[in-house]
Design a binder for this molecule. Structure first.
Ligand SMILES: Cc1cc2nc3c(=O)[nH]c(=O)nc-3n(C[C@H](O)[C@H](O)[C@H](O)COP(=O)(O)OP(=O)(O)OC[C@H]3O[C@@H](n4cnc5c(N)ncnc54)[C@H](O)[C@@H]3O)c2cc1C
Length: 686
C-alpha cells in the first residue's frame, strides 16, 4: 500500500476545506486536501456572503471578484397577513446594519465562491496544492502517546481510498433538475467504496467533511441539540410574478399556508425558501420520503403563500428540501489537538439566515493560520487550544440566533382580531434587525486567551454575547473583535488606502503604531524615536522571532499611522524602524501612513474611528486573522508589554536575525516566507 507524509491533511473540500487550503497555500504549509466527490461542479446550496466573509475574501485578494459577480442584497421587506388574510408589506429595513462594514451581504452560489479560493490556492501554492478527488477517508488512528509538544511527529494515520469517478458518483433524485435531496436528510452515505488504498501520516488533520462528518464520528464526538418537524423546500429559478418586492430580500408570513423567504440572486434568479405544509411520508420508515419532494410540490406551497399575488418559476436550476435542526458538536478536536473539525462538521442549523457557508469558512479561517504557525515552528502548539473556545462560542451563539429566528419565521402569525395565538411579527422584525450584527460576522468577539490580551468580560446572556471590552487608549476598537478598516493615506505618495488592504491575510502579525501628532508634540516624537531604537536594536523581539533567512517583516509587520499633517512631516525625520532599508539599500516606503485628507478623497478620520487620542497614540497588535489582540501605550513601556505578549505566542527562532547579530543572513538564499521574498511594496503590489 502506498504510504506518504504530510504536515496537514484536510478531509472534505466544501467551503470549510477550501478556506483551510487557501490559508495553507498563502502561508506555504505542506498540506493535502481530499474529497470523496468526483467533482465540484454543482449548483445550489449556500449562497449568502456575509460582510465579514467578503472582508476576508478581500484580505486574500479576491473580494473584488466576489463583489463584482454577486447580487448585492440591500433591502429586507416584511410581508404579513392583513385582517382579510391577504399578505401586505408591513415593514422595510436595510438588509445589513448600516456602518458595520464596508461590504454588505451579497449573494453568489457556493460553487463560484469555492472557485475563487481554488484560483488563489493555485497562485500561492504555484499549483502544487490541488484537491484530490474522488478520494475518501476510511480509517483514522491518532497515536496519543505522542506529546502535543512534538511538532515533528506524524501521529495521525489516515487510510484513504482513491476511487474511480463512476464508483464515487452519487445518485440524484429527480431526473431532470439538479437537486440536493440525495444528501439533504441523510448525507450522501459514508459507505466504503472500492478503490486503491493509501496510508497518509499527518501531523494534523482537519475534518471539513460536512454535517455527517466521518472525522467527527471517528473521534466519537457527539452533536448536541434538537431538530423540529418543520420541513422547508428551496428552489432556485427565474420568477414570473406580479409580487412587487421580488428583487428585495423578503420574509413573507401568510395567514394559513406557512412562510417564504425570498432571496434575490445573480442572473435574474431568485431563491425561495418555502415552508412545506404537507410532506410525503414514507409509511415504512414513518419519516419524510424525500424522493417524493418535487419542484411541483414545492411550488404548490409557494403559490398559496404568495396569494393573492401570482408566481411561477421558470428555468428552475436547483431545488432541495430540509428539516430544521440546531446542533453543535460537544468538542471541536481530539484531546491531543491533532484532529480538528470545522464547518458543518461541528454545527448545523437552518440555511435561511445565510450562515452555513460563512461560519464554516470562518472556522477554518480561525484555525488554519494557527496550524500554519505551528508546523512552520513559528508558534508553540498551545495556540491551537484557542480554536475550540473561540469557535464553539460562535457556534453556540449561531445556534441560539438560528433557533429563535427559525421559530419566529416558521410559526403562524397572530392576526389582530382573528387569531390571537400566533407569533408576534413585530418581535420577528425586531429580532431580525438586532441579529443582523451577529449575522454579518463582524462582531465575533474572542475571549481572553494567550492570543487575546484583555480581562475577563461580562457575559450578557443568550443572544446578547459578551460585553465588548475597550482599552482606554482605543475606546472604539473592541479587543477580541476584528479591527474594522478605515481610510488612511500613504506618507510617501499620498495614495488613499484602506488600512485593512495593507494588512492582507498573509500569515503575518501586525503592530500598528498610532504614533499621534509627532510633528507638533515633541514628546511623541521622542517616543517614536525610542520605539524605533528598540525595534532596530540587535536583540529586538521582532528579530528574535524572525528567521535569519527571511525579510525582517516576514513574521511581525510594523506599520505607523501618524496624526500629523502629511505635508508637515518630512520623510527623513521619520524614525528608522518605520522606513527600513534592506540589504540592497532599498527603502520600504509603504509602511507609514497619515491620518489626513488626500487630494481627491475625503478625510478617513482613523484616530476618531478607533477612539485613539492624537496627543497620546496607541500601539495595536493584530493577529494574522485581523482580530485585535492587544492595545498598549505608545511608548517603550507599551512595546515591552507587546514583547511579553509575543513571548508566549511566538517561538524564538533557532537561527534568527537576533542570533545573526541583528542582520539578515545574506550568506544563504533568501527564503520566501508567506510569499514575500522582497521589498518593493510587497503588499501594495499584490
Ligand atoms: C442540500 C443542502 C442545501 C443547503 N442550502 C443552503 C443555503 O441555501 N444557504 C446556506 O447558507 N447554506 C446552505 N447549506 C449549508 C451550506 O452548504 C453548508 O453550511 C456548507 O456547505 C458547509 O460547508 P462545509 O465545508 O462545512 O461542508 P460541506 O459543504 O458539506 O462539505 C463537506 C465535503 O466533505 C466531503 N466528505 C465527506 N466525507 C468525506 C470523507 N470521508 N472523505 C472525503 N471527503 C468527504 C463531501 O464530499 C463534501 O464535499 C446547504 C447544505 C446542504 C447539504
Amino acid at each position: 500500500m502506498k504510504e506518504s507524509n504530510t504536515d496537514v491533511l484536510i478531509v472534505g473540500a466544501g467551503p470549510a476545506g477550501h478556506m483551510a487550503m487557501t490559508w495553507f497555500a498563502r502561508c506555504g504549509v505542506k498540506a493535502r486536501i481530499i474529497d470523496k466527490r468526483p467533482d465540484s461542479r454543482f449548483i445550489g446550496q449556500a449562497d449568502g456572503l456575509q460582510s465579514r466573509t467578503i472582508e476576508v475574501f478581500q484580505s486574500f485578494g479576491f473580494g473584488d471578484r466576489a463583489q463584482k459577480e454577486a447580487y448585492h442584497m440591500l433591502e429586507m421587506c416584511f410581508w404579513e397577513p392583513d385582517a382579510n388574510g391577504n399578505i401586505v408589506r408591513a415593514n422595510r429595513m436595510p438588509d445589513s446594519t448600516i456602518g458595520i462594514s464596508r461590504f454588505q451581504q451579497s449573494v453568489l452560489h457556493q460553487g463560484r465562491v469555492e472557485s475563487f479560493m481554488r484560483d488563489s490556492v493555485k497562485k500561492w501554492s504555484k499549483d502544487t496544492l490541488k484537491i484530490e478527488r474522488p478520494v475518501q477517508a476510511t480509517s483514522m488512528k491518532v497515536d496519543e502517546s505522542v506529546p502535543e509538544s512534538d511538532t515533528d511527529a506524524y501521529p495521525v494515520t489516515v487510510t484513504v481510498k482513491h476511487m474511480k469517478e463512476d464508483v464515487a458518483a452519487v445518485n440524484q433524485y429527480g431526473a431532470k433538475i439538479a437537486n440536493g435531496l440525495f444528501r439533504a436528510f441523510d448525507g450522501d452515505g459514508n459507505a466504503e467504496k472500492e478503490g486503491e488504498e493509501e496510508t497518509i501520516h499527518a501531523k494534523y488533520v482537519i475534518g471539513c467533511d460536512g454535517a455527517h462528518s466521518w472525522v467527527r464520528r471517528s473521534l466519537g464526538i457527539e452533536m448536541n441539540g434538537e431538530s423540529t418537524d418543520y420541513v422547508w423546500g428551496v428552489m432556485d429559478g427565474v420568477p414570473v410574478t406580479d409580487f412587487p418586492d421580488i428583487r428585495s430580500r423578503c420574509a413573507i408570513h401568510s395567514a394559513e399556508s406557512g412562510s417564504i423567504m425570498v432571496i434575490p440572486r445573480e442572473h435574474g434568479m431568485v431563491r425561495l425558501y418555502i415552508q412545506l405544509a404537507q410532506v410525503p411520508i414514507d409509511p415504512e420508515k414513518s419519516r419524510i420520503d424525500r424522493s417524493k419532494i418535487t419542484p411541483e410540490l414545492i411550488m404548490d406551497n409557494a403559490r398559496k403563500i404568495f396569494s393573492p399575488y401570482k408566481i411561477e418559476m421558470k428555468f428552475v436550476k436547483w431545488y432541495t428540501a430540509y428539516q430544521i435542526g440546531q446542533r453543535v458538536a460537544t468538542k471541536f478536536s481530539d484531546s491531543n489537538h491533532r484532529v480538528f473539525i470545522t464547518g458543518d462538521a461541528c454545527h448545523t442549523h437552518s440555511p435561511k439566515a445565510g450562515q452555513g457557508m460563512n461560519v464554516s469558512m470562518m472556522d477554518s479561517y480561525n484555525l488554519a493560520w494557527k496550524i500554519g504557525h505551528v508546523v512552520r515552528k513559528l508558534a508553540p502548539p498551545e495556540i491551537l487550544n484557542t480554536y475550540e473556545p473561540e469557535r464553539k462560542k460562535v457556534a453556540q451563539e449561531l445556534i441560539y440566533y438560528d433557533y429563535k429566528l427559525s421559530r419566529l419565521f416558521s410559526g403562524r402569525p397572530a392576526v389582530a382580531g382573528k387569531s390571537e395565538n400566533g407569533i408576534d411579527t413585530k418581535e420577528f422584525h425586531d429580532y431580525f434587525e438586532k441579529g443582523n450584527g451577529f449575522a454579518s460576522g463582524t462582531i465575533v468577539d474572542y475571549r481572553p486567551s494567550i492570543l487575546v490580551d484583555k480581562p475577563e468580560v461580562k457575559y450578557l446572556g443568550e443572544g446578547e454575547g459578551d460585553e465588548p471590552y475597550y482599552s482606554p487608549l482605543a475606546t472604539k476598537a473592541p479587543i477580541g473583535r476584528r479591527l474594522d478598516t478605515v481610510q488612511v493615506m500613504t506618507q510617501c505618495d499620498t495614495k488613499p488606502v484602506q488600512l485593512a488592504d495593507v494588512m492582507p491575510s498573509d500569515g503575518r502579525w501586525r503592530i500598528v503604531y498610532f504614533s499621534g501628532d509627532i510633528v507638533n508634540n515633541a514628546q511623541l516624537m521622542k517616543n517614536a524615536e525610542a520605539i524605533s531604537d528598540v525595534l532596530t536594536s540587535p536583540d529586538s523581539f521582532v528579530k528574535k522571532h524572525t528567521p535569519a533567512t527571511c525579510m525582517l517583516d516576514s513574521v511581525i509587520d510594523v506599520l505607523m499611522v501618524h496624526a500629523s499633517g502629511r505635508w508637515e512631516l518630512e520623510w527623513n525625520t521619520i524614525p528608522e524602524a518605520f522606513r527600513p532599508v534592506d540589504h540592497y539599500g532599498r527603502q520600504d516606503y509603504w509602511n507609514v501612513f497619515a491620518d489626513d485628507k488626500p487630494y481627491h478623497f475625503p478625510h478617513g478620520h482613523a484616530y476618531e474611528k478607533f477612539g485613539i487620542d492624537p496627543s497620546k497614540g496607541a500601539l495595536v497588535v493584530l493577529r494574522p486573522d485581523g482580530h485585535l489582540a492587544k492595545v498598549s501605550e505608545a511608548s517603550v513601556d507599551g512595546l515591552k508589554e507587546i514583547e511579553q505578549f509575543f513571548g508566549s505566542v511566538l517561538l524564538e527562532q533557532k537561527s534568527s536575525w537576533k542570533s545573526n547579530g541583528g542582520y539578515l543572513d545574506t550568506g544563504k538564499e533568501l527564503e520566501e516566507w508567506y510569499g514575500i521574498a522582497d521589498y518593493g511594496s510587497p503588499v501594495l503590489a499584490q
